[in-house]
Design a protein around this ligand. Structure first.
Ligand code: DQQ
Length: 581
């Protein structure tokens, strides 16, 4: 088991008193215009989600400061109270939940009120201080439009919902200046802080210098006075552009259990995730953290285009937190899923942005990648269940799965391949899975595949989103077969204004030894898919015009390869509506 330093406990108890003094020094902000409005979007809304988190209206982006406190989960999020598009004036929306499924809205937690955040309250994180006191570090856009780092704490620790937050009087804590040579427009998104054995807190902040991304490290012994470390925790070796929303946390070797961000020990590896502003994707690396030198050493060298991603579709500005709600010990990942519709359409529908279903995240037993799976609690929404008996899906066939609400469903399917002879040989120059999926979309006949699901499909298949596999023969003796997972949005909508990019990922699984599974969470305009029990995830946003709502949306299984495929399991559930704000 991972251990925290013993004397750290002592520090915790000392610091516990300090927190109250800290709060005294906070300035109180009073709500007026920001009172929770009882608003809703109006008109025909076929794309609003039923169990994916979203506010009643307007723009939402990054998840901010997710945490658990006294049995209540908090989700803060970047929110534009004035429009369905992003604005630099974004604030922190706030909702709470006891199950991560049903959410109660609260007044915005943080909004411009000080010189240090008067032009916007951007992303940040919570850290639970000794004594269980949470504090928020967030980026404010100050009077000079500089990105600076601010501190806030709950006004009333006895309020279980922590509805009001007060800001530290002496904000900002950290500013870009000529001494530290940090560019004022590239200095944002403080991570959750972790406590080292030397009694100092550490936090990383996203930045770039000369086009190279970096996670700048700051240290503090009181959470108020922060000093930049000599070296960043990690920096790019080439032009990557700005790194946003860095996240740094420990994971256990050979265990799916999560551990606290400050835990360390011999059975622990570290994950550094950064959100590449340019692409925009969330990339991560697994590696070693040297707490003496305060540097991170990735196992596989610097970030590259082929680096691991949480999700190979739409998923950005993500953030994890440690959930130890009894009897759980898990790390949970939140991620923002942007629209694929035009800004004009977003303004028309009056909202933009959803959050992916929170995912448990842990280190795969290979130690080479992370695995993600939708939190167990989402299964409480499962209603009518459909089960198909084992059957063979012959090459070129399509099978309807009827009897469920296909626009709002959870589908799990497993495939068995008994003959690999017809698998095509993968051209060695085809190294980018997304490109292969675009060239060989669901309509391109293959040998072993494409086979998978057609979701949010219209009856005549004028519209569908295809989530599928293709299996290729590898081109060396070490890689016998290559498994490709695709999400093809080409025919997802008759509306041509949407971004219909095809997504793809290689899946590290041996299809000879294991059945190939696929799970898709379908929710009106989002399809979140998990390949091989969570080894590869692809999330897509789609806007069907025919396959809308439960009456018109259909679900099919298809096989467009020449080889027959066995379906060893198909379980599908209609999903009930969650209470979301
Ligand atoms: N979104 C926030 C920034 C962050 C970006 C502003 C990532 O703090 O860098 O809304 O989506």
């Amino acid at each position: 088991m991972a251990v925290s330093c013993i004397w750290l406990m002592f520090f915790f108890s000392l610091f516990g008193h300090g927190v109250l003094e800290l709060v005294e020094a906070f300035h109180h902000v009073y709500l007026n215009v920001h009172q929770t409005a009882q608003y809703s979007t109006s008109g025909n809304q076929p794309y609003r989600t039923s169990y994916h988190f979203q506010p009643p209206k307007n723009w939402m982006n990054d998840p901010n400061g997710p945490m658990l406190r006294l049995g209540i989960y908090h989700l803060f999020y970047q929110y534009n109270p004035k429009a369905a598009v992003w604005g630099s004036n974004v604030i922190w929306g706030h909702s709470t939940s006891t199950d991560l499924v049903n959410w109660t809205p609260h007044d915005p937690a943080i909004y411009p009120s000080q010189q240090s955040d008067i032009n916007g309250c951007w992303s940040g994180s919570t850290t639970i201080l000794p004594g269980g006191h949470p504090v928020i570090l967030y980026t404010g856009i100050d009077t000079e439009n500089r990105q600076v780092q601010n501190l806030a704490a709950p006004k009333n620790f006895s309020d279980p919902f922590l509805r009001e937050w007060v800001k530290f009087k002496h904000n900002p804590l950290l500013t870009p200046n000529s001494k530290n040579k940090i560019n004022a427009t590239y200095f944002r998104d403080p991570s959750t802080a972790w406590l080292g054995c030397d009694g100092n807190w550490r936090v990383i902040i996203g930045s770039q210098k000369k086009e190279r991304g970096l996670a700048i490290l700051f240290k503090s012994n009181d959470f108020v006075h922060w000093e930049e470390a000599e070296k960043p925790l990690y920096s790019a070796n080439k032009d990557t552009g700005m790194w946003e929303c860095p996240d740094f946390y420990p994971v256990l070797i050979k265990s799916a259990l999560g551990i606290d961000t400050s835990s360390n020990g011999p059975d622990v590896r570290y994950v550094l995730k950064v959100s590449f502003f340019r692409t925009p994707h969330d990339y991560y690396m697994i590696g070693t953290y040297n707490p003496d030198k305060d540097i991170f050493i990735p196992d596989n060298g610097p970030f590259k285009d082929s680096s691991l991603r949480y999700d190979y579709g739409k998923f950005y500005a993500s953030k994890t937190f440690f959930d130890n709600k009894y009897p759980l010990h898990r790390r949970i990942l939140w991620g923002w899923v942007n629209e694929s519709s035009s800004a004009i359409d977003d303004i028309k529908k009056g909202w933009s942005g959803v959050q992916a279903i929170p995912r448990s995240i842990w280190l795969d037993k290979s130690g080479k990648q992370l695995v993600q799976w939708p939190i167990k609690e989402i299964e409480t929404l499962r209603g009518t269940q459909i089960e198909l008996p084992y059957q063979v899906l012959s090459g070129g066939s399509v099978l309807e799965v009827s009897g469920l609400t296909a626009a709002q469903a959870d589908v799990v399917i497993s495939f068995e391949i008994s003959d690999f002879i017809k698998a095509e040989v993968l051209d060695p120059s085809w190294t980018n899975p997304q490109v292969i999926c675009s060239r060989k979309d669901a309509s391109v006949k293959g040998g072993l595949g494409p086979f998978g699901l057609l979701v949010l499909a219209s009856e005549g298949l004028q519209e569908y989103t295809a989530v599928f596999y293709r299996i290729f023969k590898g081109h060396n003796k070490y890689v016998k077969y290559v498994v490709l997972m695709c999400s093809d949005q080409n025919r997802s909508s008759l509306n041509q204004d949407n971004d219909k990019t095809t997504y793809g990922a290689f899946v590290d699984v041996d299809p000879v030894q294991e059945k190939l599974s696929l799970r898709s969470l379908i929710d009106h305009s989002i399809v979140e898919s998990f390949g091989a029990e969570g080894k590869a995830c692809i999330t897509a946003r789609v806007y069907p015009t025919l396959a809308i709502n439960d009456a018109e949306a259909h679900l099919y299984v298809f096989n467009n390869g020449t080889e027959n495929i066995g379906i060893t399991r198909l379980s599908a559930w209609s999903m009930k509506k969650a209470q979301i704000n």
